[in-house]
Design a protein around this ligand. Sequence first.
Ligand code: ATP
Length: 215
Amino acid sequence: MTVRIGIFGGTFNPPHFGHLRSALEAREILGLTRVLFLPAGRHPFKREEVLAATHHRLAMTRLAIAHEPGFDLCRLEADQEQTAYTSETLAAIGCRYPDAELVFLFGADLLAEMHLWKDWQRLIALAHLVVLVRPGFQGAWATTDAGRHFASRRVERPEELQRQTDGHGFLVQPVTMLDISATDLRARALAGRSLRYLTPEAVVAYIDAHQLYRP
Ligand code: ATP
């Protein structure tokens, strides 16, 4: 049986139940052996002043996934001094797991900006690309540059995802998208409001203990 490894990248600034729920559903639907949570290090597009230090985001991600045995932390990008690019990261993970099929999981917001990433056309050679969307938004991919580019590799159902000699598949997968964002969590922390039930209790406690996202 093919081992399939999901890769869920993000800034995780902080991680929240939106990330966890959609990663869990993706794992079940796509039959992923594990999902690697891949916190970004220095991020090419995010403003540094609102980005908690990498060691804090790693610690929060570790706490967030601690109770789900199918989830692992991948430090590959976080430990890198220079800016990490997804194409290079996927290639490195592929070398680590030569017998596995890689599945790169991401939200529709990232699909819209993917054509700005370094070597983005190469991604489909390295992994299946699975866009996680809220139910009813399956069509939105078609208006993006990357979506149009990968349209010829598109499959309708998870069972149809198969690695071919000339590349992987592109799937738009509906999952429960809780209406939670890290931006909103940071704004609440800044305003001294509670983060409970938006992210695991251990992450709430960590943010409080380290006074993250406060002025
Ligand atoms: P920010 O608000 O700071 O932009 P974010 O909440 O969108 O952060 P990221 O770390 O930037 O979180 O996102 C990591 C991945 O999780 C991306 O692929 C993004 O599309 C996806 N994602 C973000 N929010 C949700 C959510 N509520 N449900 C499911 N997936 C999400």
